[in-house]
Write a protein that binds this ligand. Sequence first.
Ligand SMILES: Cc1ncc(COP(=O)(O)O)c(C=O)c1O
Length: 354
Amino acid sequence: MRVKLPVREAILNRRTYEAPAEGRSDKLRLDFNENTTGCSPAVRRALAKLTTKQLAMYPEYQAPTRRIAHYFGVRPQELLLTNGGDDALRVFFDTFVEPGSSILICEPTFPMYRYYAEIYAARISVLRYGSEMEFPLADVVAALRKKPRVVFIANPNNPTGTLVQKEELRQILKAATHTAVVMDEAYGEFSGFSAMPWIYKNPQLFVAKTFSKVAGLAALRLGAVIACDESLALVRRAMPPFPVNLAALVAGDAAVGDRATMRDYVNGVKVRRAWFAKELAELGVKTFSSAGNFILANFGPRGPVLFQKLEKQGILLRERSKDIGPGFVRITIGTHSEMRRLLKTIRKEWKKPD
Ligand SMILES: Cc1ncc(COP(=O)(O)O)c(C=O)c1O
C-alpha cells in the first residue's frame, strides 16, 4: 500500500534519531550520569505498596505535589511535575516557541535543547563555552538583546561542569526582558547553588529539575518545572492532564522523604570527584572543575584508543571527541570501588604523554 503521510517539514529535516543505549546493566556505567549508588530503600517500599485499585485509577497529584514542593522550598502552585527531566524542557517549546522563533544555547551542553529546537523548527543561536569551559556571560547578555524566546542554561552545565552563580545570574535576568530563562538544574544538588529563590522577583525565570540524578530514579521518568505562580500557569496551559504516572509520583514522593540518602550520595560524590580529579592530574590528564556528579577530562589525541579499550572491558564513559575535541570524555562519578576499577584500568592501558 502506498501512503503519502503529511509529515511536518521540521521532522523531515531532522537528520537522525539515536536509539538509547541498551545492554548496559552489567557494565560499569559511568556514561549517563546516573546515580550508581541507587535510590533510597524507601522508594522500593513505597512502590511495593501500590494496589491494583490505585493502578486502575488515574493518578491524583495534589498530596505528592505538596510534599515535593516542600522539598524544593516552594509552594505547590510554583511546581509542575513532568515525565522526566527531558519533558521538563519540552514544555518550554510548547509554551513559547513558534516555528522560526529563536532560542539561545551555549555549547557544549545537554543535547536535548538542540533536539527539541529541531523538532519545533526553532532557529538556534549558539554560543560557546570558553577554552577553560568558562560560561560566555558577555556573549549571552549581548545575545539576549535580540530577544530570543528562550535561553537554556544547564547549571551546572553538562558536560563541562561549569557553574553560573549569583552575579552572572543577576546579569542574565536583567538582560532577559523578553526571554524565558530556563536554568536546568538537573545537577543542582551537587553544586550548592540554586536559582529557585529567585523566582519570586523574576517572572521570566524557570528552573527545570530531574529525579534521575540525585534521587536515583532515571528509570521512572520524573522531572519538574519551578517558577512563580503566574508564569507557571502559562506553562500549565500547554500540559496534558496526566503527564506523570503514579509509580513515578510515589517514587519521587518517597525519595524526597529520605533526604539523608540523597545528602550522603551528594557528599560522597563531592569527595570522590575531588579525589579522582587529583588522580587524573597525577597521570597528566587535564580535567575541568566540575559542580556536577561527573567530570570532563581531556586525554588528548590518544584518548579515543583508550576509551575503546575501556569499553571492551565493560567500562562505559561518554566520549566527547566529536563535539569538543579529540580525547575529551565525560566521566560519571560512581562509587569508590567503581572509580578505583576505572583508575586501575586507565593506569594499565594508558601511558603518560612524553
Ligand atoms: C542537563 C540535563 N538536563 C536534563 C536531563 C534530563 O534528565 P532525565 O533523565 O530526567 O530526562 C539531563 C540528563 O542527563 C541533563 O544532563
